[in-house]
Ligand binder design. Structure first.
Ligand code: NAP
Length: 347
């Protein structure tokens, strides 16, 4: 499905960390971005986007929209052939997983796609899902066909009470495919990033990605890092894959967006040389210790058992092959992200 670059494009959650780099790329291409945000009057949320627009050929127009308000995105979508749906809560702390995570993720996705059904100009929708929609716990790797996560895998192990964020993402992505398959005017392309790292276009980013980087430098991990094997990817590669997922006519299906199979300790090791004054983790914590202290640290023992010291491996070849993306190494992005936390007084 070919979409026209002269038509405006909707980005939901335009204030977000991931969306920031995508909006930048769209503006630099001279595209008109319809930025749907919760509160366009909050200058600290949109000032960086205004600055990006002022420096590029493209134009940005704001629309006020909340995921849980029915029809809220319809006005912003009018005239758009392409819709990027990135908005979804990515938070580590919440009170009620249904209300704080699952409802905005699932009902929000249904809300945006229902408007796509109603707005005749829409030809393609790109949804920002997650690797969390592919797997729930690292131990799920044992159930894969070839010992590696691929786009064929689905998270079947998360629930409202176990890995609630992952549950919100898999339920939202399933809802998206259901609605896409029930019509044939617009096609759906899904981006599934692993942990996103790298600097934000807004130095005061609120994404949980920054919480993890902050914990590496604020002393939380000074005794060591948990043996958490994960995938990670630079935020600029995530933006490029979103861009390709929108404008490459041959893009189809899901795209694992993960540069390297890594772990917390290795991510922190990229910071060692440049930030030696900070209490960075230098060893892996033993699993038994994490298991013992898990409840106090807000982790369940099931999550420790099923994740810590279990390998993680994903195959990103589909994105490379079909979208022509070459993933960049993680070290520079980790350093820039950490420096940004320091510069903005968060470390
Ligand atoms: P983020 O900076 O917190 O962005 C989340 C965006 O969603 C923000 O723009 C936020 O708006 C918006 N949002 C949240 N609840 C909303 C609501 N009720 N109504 C309207 N907008 C709402 O986090 P991010 O990391 O960029 O995440 C963006 C997307 O990437 C999410 O779909 C996330 O699941 C996905 N993802 C992220 C990672 C990662 O490691 N960062 C990895 C995989 C997938 P406000 O600015 O107003 O709060």
């Amino acid at each position: 499905m070919q979409v026209d670059k002269n038509k405006p494009v909707l980005v939901t959650g335009a204030t977000g960390y991931v969306a920031g780099w995508l909006v930048k790329q769209l503006l630099e291409e001279g595209i008109t971005v319809h930025a749907a945000v919760r509160n366009p009057d909050k200058k600290e949320k949109v000032a960086h986007l205004d600055e990006l627009a002022a420096k590029s050929k493209g134009t940005i127009k704001y629309f006020k929209a909340d995921l849980l308000t029915e029809g809220a995105y319809k006005e912003a979508m009018t005239g758009c052939e392409l819709v990027y749906h990135t908005a979804s809560p990515f938070i580590l702390k919440y009170d009620d997983p249904q209300k704080d995570l699952v409802d905005p993720a699932v009902k929000g996705t249904q809300n945006v796609l229902e408007s796509a059904n109603q707005v005749a100009s829409v030809k393609r929708v790109v949804v920002t899902s997650s690797c969390a929609s592919i797997y729930g716990d690292n131990i799920d790797l044992q159930e894969t066909k070839n010992g590696v996560f691929t786009e064929e895998d689905w998270n079947t192990t998360s629930s409202l009470t176990h890995q609630s964020y992952s549950y919100s993402k898999v339920m939202a992505e399933k809802a998206a495919w259901e609605m896409a398959n029930a019509q044939d005017r617009w096609d759906l392309v899904v981006v599934n990033p692993s942990l996103v790292i790298g600097p934000g276009t807004n130095p005061n980013a609120t994404s949980a990605s920054f919480d993890i980087a902050r914990q590496m430098g604020d002393g939380t991990m000074k005794m060591g890092a948990p043996g958490f094997n994960i995938g990670a990817v630079d935020v600029r590669d995530v933006a490029e894959i979103h861009y390709q997922a929108g404008y490459n006519p041959n893009a189809q299906g899901r795209y694992i967006t993960s540069a390297e199979n890594t772990n917390f300790l290795e991510l922190a090791s990229h910071l060692k040389e440049a930030f030696s004054d900070y209490p960075l983790p230098s060893r892996k914590l033993p699993k038994w210790l994490i298991w013992l202290t898990a409840p106090a640290a807000g982790m369940t023992r099931k999550s420790v058992s099923n994740n810590i010291d279990h390998p993680w491996k994903a195959d990103h070849s589909k994105a490379k092959r079909e979208l022509g993306v070459n993933f960049r190494p993680l070290a520079p992005g980790m350093r820039e992200m950490f420096q940004q936390l320091i510069d903005s007084g968060q470390l």
